[in-house]
Design a protein around this ligand. Structure first.
Ligand SMILES: Cc1ncc(COP(=O)(O)O)c(C=O)c1O
Length: 389
């Protein structure tokens, strides 16, 4: 049975064109990009070409991009790097502001920094997942050095107004970091226009390879490195760069920017949501509706709360050939886990457990989505009629 893959928020298929670009860097150009010989300079050139592609895609300068092993590392480097710098240089600043709907790698980084003497304020969100800007204004203190807010939420798809957020932060001279792993290439991310100081990106959500990411750090912002070793990435991230992965990442960015895939995904997203809601089975959409637009909700995200046991429904879908997700892939396997994001938008534990995320990619087809909605509607009815439900 060919599975219908609707878990692209967790990871995507690597585009064959990306694989083709990467392949020579495993063998013919296997050199370390820091090596002084010819092959080393070929690898170095490929690295710098990729850096240029990624920098250009967000309106940054090449030297403002640090390559990392992915979104998790970029978020750790941004938040811990800035926090350690405050301590090291004695700025007297020790306060971070974040939200209750961050990805677990931001959430747990901030929780850990609390154990190291930093103070953290967790902003609430409304029932659609939007940050309360007045609460943000009120939370900023003289000691605040960082506001970190996710751009497109990985569970419910809410896209924050980062321009409005950055204006509030910059009024107080505070840096804004955003985790843009889910929004990158789906919503415009432009560091100048949006006033972003640090931005986390990764490759495997956009049909690039896993284990590669980048951190944008605005020129003039100092970070204390989190890992120590060689002088790679201008002394900000030690370790030989993953050249093949980075080349693949850049190719994925180029391909994503070329096609009109966002509009196509919006149509499929809204079709899927409409079909399920119109069946009048008591299904509710989590996150903003945002019909026909991708500005408030990610174009590929459908997060639905069901009036039946979500665990059983997910199992039915799985055996019927649909890959979906119980919340974020990083925590969905934890037993008894209740999503902190769904709790933050006001769902009860049971409602959160009965919620499933479906996520599209530019490879998703209308045929697949038609089939998936039919299977989903039948499965809801089956679970509702099951004596175990
Ligand atoms: C919003 C967000 N941030 C960070 C990550 C972690 O990225 P990576 O898997 O590249 O470490 C993910 C991926 O699950 C994500 O969705």
């Amino acid at each position: 049975m060919k599975m219908i893959y609707l878990d692209n928020g967790a990871s995507t298929e690597v585009d064959p064109k990306v694989i083709r670009k990467m392949t020579p860097f495993f063998s013919e150009v296997c050199a370390n990009p820091s090596s002084a010989h010819q092959m080393g300079s070929d690898a170095h050139r490929a690295l710098e070409d990729a850096r240029h592609v990624i920098a250009k895609s967000i309106g940054a300068k090449d030297e403002e991009i640090i390559f990392t092993s992915g979104g998790t590392e970029s978020n750790n480097l941004a938040i811990k790097g800035l926090a350690f710098y405050q301590k090291e240089s004695g700025t007297g600043k020790n306060h971070i502001i974040t939200t209750k709907i961050e990805h677990s790698c931001v959430k747990t980084t901030c929780e850990w920094l609390k154990t190291q003497g930093f103070e953290v304020t967790w902003l609430d969100v409304d029932s659609e997942g939007f940050v309360d800007l007045d609460q943000l204004r009120g939370a900023l203190r003289d000691e605040t050095f960082l506001v970190t807010i996710i751009h497109g939420n990985n569970e419910i798809g809410t896209v924050q107004d980062l321009k409005a957020i950055s204006e509030i932060c910059h009024d107080k001279g505070v840096h804004l970091h955003t985790d843009a792993c889910q929004s990158f290439t789906k919503v415009d991310v432009n560091v100048g226009k949006m006033g972003l100081d640090l931005v986390t990106l990764n490759s495997h959500k956009i049909h690039g390879p896993k284990g590669v990411g980048a951190l944008y750090v605005r020129d003039g912002i100092s970070l204390t490195p989190v890992s120590h070793g060689g002088n790679h990435e201008a002394g900000r991230r030690a370790g030989t760069e993953n050249v093949s992965g980075i080349v693949g990442f850049a190719e994925a960015v180029k391909l994503a920017s070329k096609s009109g895939h966002v509009k196509d995904m919006i149509k499929l997203r809204d079709y899927f949501i409409d079909q399920v809601l119109v069946a009048e089975l008591g299904v509710k959409l989590n996150g903003p509706r945002d019909e026909g637009s991708g500005s408030k909700r990610l174009c590929n995200n459908m997060n639905l709360m069901f009036p039946v046991n979500g665990g059983m429904l997910g199992d039915y879908l799985n055996v019927s050939g649909i890959c979906s997700s119980k919340g974020s892939a990083c925590s969905s396997q934890e037993k008894g886990h209740v999503s902190h994001v769904l709790k933050a938008i006001g769902l009860t534990d049971d409602e959160a457990k009965n919620t499933i995320r479906f996520s599209l990619s530019r490879f998703s087809t209308k045929k697949e989505i038609e089939k998936a909605t039919q299977i989903l509607i039948k499965s809801i009815q089956k679970v509702a009629n099951s004596r175990f439900a």
